[in-house]
Design a protein around this ligand. Structure first.
Ligand code: HEM
Length: 487
């Protein structure tokens, strides 16, 4: 009779053999799939219709050049542009890709949106932003959603909100002034998060609500680009739960809103029963749309403010010119903490052409969104290079500005170039076409209000400065601290 021990042992051996067999099969299937995909991407290297692929490297098998992008960040694209030219190929995140720079080339890509190209975001971003996001949707759903929300982000709507922007900015500047040195990147993010929360959600949010929203937004942004695994402790888990809590906060705020005031938040407006948006959107869709605007708005406007402080702190000659413009407009000075800042009007803001130029020049040289991603849905030719279906396209906004052939010294921070009628610098900081940034008016006005309030009372001095890296989802590694002095 077979002993219990032997039976257990043979079952164990059988189980072990089966597991080994299954593992071998899985291993072989994975290797075959990877070899197939790699061969597929290499096959694309042969010329088509007399057109060759752009120059560049395919990198290591399977890994491509992803590890180099991770270590070199912005320099990855800059170095390759110097080596290969305005259009070059690489291999990132398991897929062949082409980096396209140059104003005319990017404008061609913009025209192809929805035809040969479709917007692309990593899986974690797509899942975390959700089905109702403008950025990740496409086709009629995208058009409809964007049309609805754009009405609240138009210049006309801001007429009544300039004083809100100005009030929040001056309160934060007073807080900054109380600190000996300011860690400027998080300070700008906190300021833009408060403006976004009050403008989009509720003018009357309490300090504790604002604090919670700010920290949830930062938790979401810091963990957005990640491996999409929902498990306690993972980045995905943190971002998912931060968003869930923010949606609950937005929903609770929506229950207390009373439409009717002149100066209302976007949330209050969307609650009006007569609006198109209200009629066509479910509650979840509306909450998710507002969440997207809140997160994108706070993040990009914060980076925009950081870029501006960065340049003003390095260019005293520009600060002097701003002071002259403000003095001529009767806007220089004012007692610290007075409320004159809140009386700014949209006309005054728009009348300050040098400040407009300062904001444009800062966005040109340090654009908060350095590029955008697309998937090729139909092969096309650009500048005589063949780009196969299935590839990723990465449009390089930053290098396009940095290598603008219409400027003699494109890397110099020079706001005056925006005042000359003869020069037309390339400017793609807000994208274009059907994917153009719907928050561009909001960002432009807020950033100008920021410069006005900062410069009418203060000058900025750099206390500690290290190299600054602006890369999606990654905070600048090293601190830049500044101090404010009264003008
Ligand atoms: C300085 C500030 C900002 C910059 C530089 C900026 C830049 C951009 C760029 C370049 C795009 C196009 C991306 C693409 O083509 O894939 C974009 C899209 C977008 N932006 Fe902004 N943005 C800023 C502020 C804002 C603000 C304040 C909001 C919201 C209130 C916002 C909401 C969006 C949304 C929802 C999209 C997706 C549009 C679509 O896919 O159709 N942005 N932004």
């Amino acid at each position: 009779m077979e002993s219990v021990f032997l039976r257990a042992w043979s079952t164990h051996v059988d189980d072990g053999l089966v597991s080994l067999f299954v593992m071998c099969i899985l291993f072989l299937m994975t290797v075959s799939l990877l070899v197939y995909r790699h061969r597929e991407s290499l096959e694309c290297l042969s010329p088509r219709d007399g057109k060759s692929l752009p120059p560049g490297n395919n990198g290591l098998p399977f890994l491509g050049e992803t590890h180099l992008l991770a270590s070199q960040k912005d320099d990855f694209f800059r170095k390759r542009r110097t080596q290969f030219g305005a259009i070059f190929r690489t291999h990132l995140f398991g897929c062949p890709a082409v980096r396209v720079t140059g104003e005319a080339n990017i404008k061609q890509l913009i025209q192809m949106e929805g035809h040969q190209l479709r917007s692309f975001y990593p899986v974690s971003v797509r899942r975390l932003l959700g089905d109702n996001s403008i950025a990740t949707s496409s086709g009629p759903h995208h058009r409809e959603r964007k049309r609805h929300l754009t009405q609240y982000l138009s210049r006309v709507f801001f007429q009544d909100h300039v004083s809100l922007f100005s009030g929040v900015v001056s309160q934060h500047l007073l807080k900054w002034n109380k600190q000996e040195v300011i860690d400027i990147y998080p300070a700008c993010k906190a300021l833009s998060a408060e403006v976004a929360s009050r403008f989009l959600l509720d003018m009357e949010l309490s300090p504790s609500q604002l604090d919670e929203i700010r920290s949830l937004l930062s938790e979401f942004t810091d963990n957005l680009f990640c491996f999409p695994v929902y498990f306690p402790g993972t980045s995905y888990y943190k971002a998912y739960n931060a968003k869930k809590r923010l949606l609950t906060i937005i929903e609770n705020i929506s229950k207390t809103q009373r439409p009717g005031n002149k100066q209302t938040s976007v949330l209050t407006e969307t609650l009006q029963p007569t609006t198109d948006l209200h009629a066509s959107q479910t509650q979840l869709e509306m909450l998710e749309s507002l969440f997207e605007l809140l997160f994108v708005g706070a993040d990009n406007n914060g980076s925009g403010m950081f870029a501006i402080v960065n340049f003003l702190a390095r260019h005293p000659e520009v600060v002097n010119k701003i002071h002259v413009e403000l003095e001529e407009a009767g806007l220089l000075g004012g007692a610290v903490g007075d409320h004159a800042h809140e009386d700014l009007t949209l006309e005054q803001v728009r009348g300050l052409s040098y400040i407009r130029a300062v904001v444009k020049e800062a966005m040109r040289l340090m654009p908060p969104v350095g590029g955008f991603y697309r998937t090729v849905t139909e092969a096309f030719t650009i500048n005589d290079f063949y780009i196969p279906k299935g590839w990723r396209v990465i449009a390089g906004i930053r290098e396009t500005h940095e290598h603008d052939p219409s400027l003699t010294d494109p890397l110099r921070f020079d706001p005056d170039r925006w005042l000359s009628k003869d020069i037309k610098p390339a400017f793609l900081a807000f994208g274009g076409g059907s994917r153009v940034c719907p928050g561009k008016e909001y960002a432009d006005i807020l950033l100008r209000v920021f410069v006005i309030n900062l410069m009418r009372t203060w000058s900025v001095d750099i206390v500690k400065d290290s190299s600054i890296t602006m890369f999606p989802g990654v905070r600048p590694k090293d601190k830049m601290t500044v101090s404010l002095t009264r003008t």
